[in-house]
Write a protein that binds this ligand. Sequence first.
Ligand code: HEC
Length: 214
Amino acid sequence: MPSPFVNAATSFDAANGPLVKTQFRRAGLRSDHARCIPTQWRNDVNKSIRRIAGMLMATAVLGSSAVLCADTHEPVPFPVDYRSWPVVRSIVVLPASQFFDKRGGIHHYYANQLAMQGYQTGRFPTGSIIVDEAVITHKGEGPAQGILLEDATRFLEVMQKSSDRDPDTGGWRYQRFEASDRVGQLTQADQAHCSGCHRNAQDHDHVFSRLRTQ
Ligand code: HEC
């Protein structure tokens, strides 16, 4: 029995995404970058700063440390154990939705423990990860007639909070994993497209969904 949800293309269209921001906001990043430098290097840096004792040098060292900070620039990894995390909520994208072609099916939102704190407080700590898992569906037959059943994973969309305080992204980095892929394929422009829309939820730290009411 063909599923009403299996027929859509899965490609992600970021054609209209805003331009990628490559500049850093120095004021917001200074302390974070200091935290991202490996301890040994930080000690070395501190020593040379003490030796030279010049504000100019300190500024130059901190300014160049962006390249050392893996936290904010490495691609978001596949969230291996997301299925063991709490499900914040589920939605179903039906054929009547304008998003059906690209997003049709059941979506489960999973949150790791840090992200659960964020859902409770409205401020998501560094390390928070939220996964939007889309699954295709099929119609049950025989005794399962009238029941819509889950099928394979269609894609995962992931947002992960880094220590980057860029107000454009809120520190969130975005990734998408097609079907059973373990390596995300989003370009920087794609990610800017994600964060450009999620900025509309900046009153809730760029996260649209809320915890279910108890
Ligand atoms: C046009 C706006 C828009 C774009 C572009 C967009 N999202 Fe979302 N996203 C939403 C909305 C709205 C929700 C909440 C839907 C709901 O549950 O009602 C959401 C939910 C999510 C969630 C669950 C957490 C939350 O905010 O509720 C994740 C994770 C997510 N999106 C990741 C991504 C990724 C990754 C991309 C880029 C590939 C992306 N989104 C692009 C609008 C957008």
